[in-house]
Ligand binder design. Sequence first.
Ligand code: UDP
Length: 233
Amino acid sequence: MKLLYEGKAKKIYETDNPNEVICEFKDSLTAFNGEKADKEEGKGALNCAITTIIFEALQKEGIPTHLIKQIDETKQLVKKVEIIPIEVVVRNIAAGSLSRRLGLKEGKKLPFTIVEFYYKNDDLNDPLINDDHAMILNLVEKREELDKLREYGLKINDFLVKFFDKIGLILVDFKVEFGKDKDGNIILADEITPDSCRLWDKKTGKKMDKDLFRFDLGDIKEAYTEILNRLKG
Ligand code: UDP
């Protein structure tokens, strides 16, 4: 298989079909724009299984995704897309950079769900941007596409809040990425995993996501395994 791209958490391989690629989830863990890095054996398989379950559920909800099927423990066959270089972050509860930037106490429930855009650019440290910034950087062709990203972000959130609540987890915030397929449709791409979400246990309030790694708070493998087991159960 010809490697097309290798990122911090994934490898993308070519297939015989020009419209499809294989996405492999790596065991590597990074935080703070790659400043903190480590490896956790089995994490790739856990994330691959978790994101597959979530994307299949979202697909059923009418949210178009790049997922075609999972092909082995760490790999998915996905539609090839042109990634829109915007990280769409949706927040229900204050945490992370929102708490730091605006001085909101971690855990404060926001009066309504908010959507933020970040410019996907490691050299610039993924800065927070507004619609005008996205337009002058040509990150999308039309402003309506930004509205679509917000609309999908909120729709995904509505579904996932209930989905995780059923398995005893609070969805604090998450990041999603979208791409354009060969026909120019905007579809959900990348992943939704505990690397890209904040998930807190409803009963204990315990963090069960990448913050465990970011701040050396505990065993991510144990937490991710627990999430997968609840999703399967
Ligand atoms: N997030 C992500 N990748 C990034 C930045 C953020 O997956 O490059 C996720 C993060 O895990 C959290 C949400 O987006 O669930 C909001 O992250 P935040 O802006 O609070 O940044 P952080 O403090 O996590 O760097």
